[in-house]
Ligand binder design. Structure first.
Ligand code: SAM
Length: 392
């Protein structure tokens, strides 16, 4: 696969079939202007967030937070961002087929402005979907709620468009229950899926998880469809399209992302069955399990000693599921951990450890064992027989 540098001398006359499964290098508005009316089946857009971060962010321990501070995310004002949004959406709507779908993802920084612009442009909103992040970045300063979701807007070209929607397939994937707009509980992109450079730095600050794109494509597109992504970045849309037997057209301005996306997509083998469907994990939030329930399940014992990973701090598990140091007050695993680290908040499940067989094992593993015991036959649903006690 090669990226193409298009000459856009003749607007709206580009033969789409010649540029499928390629990345067009350049500004998305100019590139879309070369594409004929009504020629694209689906658009997935992950535009700049316009986050307006005032400089670098640091954690309480002064380490640097990997936030989105890239030049491509900077706009001089909301008006400038709105002008840009209106312009790319106008082209996007023009090139979308009558019954095509558009998906736009964003955060609270931009999604309301984008949503308004979409309606003003004539798109008809079908749903907004909440992508709940299984592992969001904490609010390090402890001044606001943890920002744990992004919103996806799914819209059609107009009110009269006939949207593709694989209702039965989605229901089947969701244990026979209608898929909901808030069932999208997916971790942010990490591990092997995350593209990194030779120094182990992220190639792209906002690489989206493939699971998210899988759901988007499996719900509202068909095998063989052409899916255009005007903000291609690390090429997640292209990678998933190839896996699912769809075609893609990527547009991206920056060479380093085009290079990374090209290499990524080249390595992918299609994964779908003959109908272009593949099952996806309808991952729900795991049932909550409290320390008390872990004790009740016989996985932890009252009086057991917990320490942090290095063994610098220790406490004892009490019968009420809280921790105690010496004769001090009982505190939750989270509160006690936060106090030890002088942090505004802390996940006690990953902070505290228990020694077993000469090894310090993280508390979260005990919780997982208890969860399996407690919810063994309920497919991740809460057992009707076991009341949930406590909050975490
Ligand atoms: C939020 S990121 C998209 C990330 C992508 N979804 C992924 O999974 O990697 C937005 C991307 O749009 C690109 N971009 C921003 N403005 C653009 C424009 N006017 N034309 C083309 N690309 C643009 C940026 O370089 C950046 O890679």
């Amino acid at each position: 696969m090669k990226s193409s540098a298009l000459k856009i001398a003749s607007p709206k006359t580009l033969d789409v079939s010649l540029v499928t499964d390629t990345i067009l290098k350049g500004d998305c508005i100019a590139m879309m202007q070369s594409i004929p009316d009504n020629s694209i089946d689906m658009i997935f857009a992950d535009p700049p967030y316009n986050m307006q971060l005032g400089g670098d962010l640091h954690r309480p321990d002064n380490s640097h937070v990997d936030a989105v501070t890239d030049a491509w995310d900077q706009y001089e004002s909301f008006e400038a961002y709105d002008r840009f949004t209106t312009a790319w959406l106008r082209e996007a709507r023009r090139i979308l087929k009558k019954d095509g779908a558009i998906w736009v993802i964003g955060s609270y920084h931009n999604i309301f402005r984008v949503g308004t612009a979409m309606q003003d442009a004539g798109f008809w909103i079908q749903n907004d979907i909440i992508w709940r992040k299984a592992n969001p970045m904490p609010n390090f300063r402890g001044t606001r709620f943890t920002n744990a979701h992004e919103t996806l807007i799914w819209a059609t070209k107009g009110k009269d468009s006939k949207a593709t929607f694989h209702y039965e397939f989605l229901k089947e994937q969701n244990d026979g229950v209608q898929m909901r707009s808030d069932d999208w509980f997916i971790p942010i992109c990490s591990g092997d899926e995350r593209l990194t450079d030779s120094d182990d730095n992220k190639v792209h600050s906002t690489q989206k998880p493939e699971e998210l794109l899988k759901r988007v494509m499996l719900s509202t597109s068909r095998p063989g469809d052409v899916i255009l992504d005007p903000f291609f970045g690390s090429g997640t849309t292209g990678a998933v399209a190839k896996k699912l037997g769809r075609h893609f057209i990527g547009i991206e301005r920056e060479d380093k992302y085009i290079k990374a996306a090209t290499a990524r997509i080249k390595l992918i083998n299609p994964e779908t069955g003959p109908e272009g469907f593949m099952p996806f994990a309808a991952k729900r939030e795991k049932p909550r399990v409290s320390v008390l329930q872990v004790i009740e399940a016989g996985v932890l014992k009252v009086g057991e000693r917990v320490t942090d990973k290095m063994g610098r701090f220790e406490a004892v598990i009490c019968a009420d599921g809280l921790l105690m140091q010496g004769d001090g007050p009982h505190k939750s695993i989270h509160k006690m951990g936060a106090e030890m680290m002088e942090a505004p908040s802390m996940n006690g499940w990953t902070f505290w450890h228990i020694e077993r067989g000469g090894r310090r094992i993280v508390l979260d593993e005990f919780r997982e064992t208890a969860r399996k015991k407690l919810f063994a036959d309920t497919h991740g649903q809460r057992s009707m027989l076991l009341p949930i006690k406590g909050k975490k």
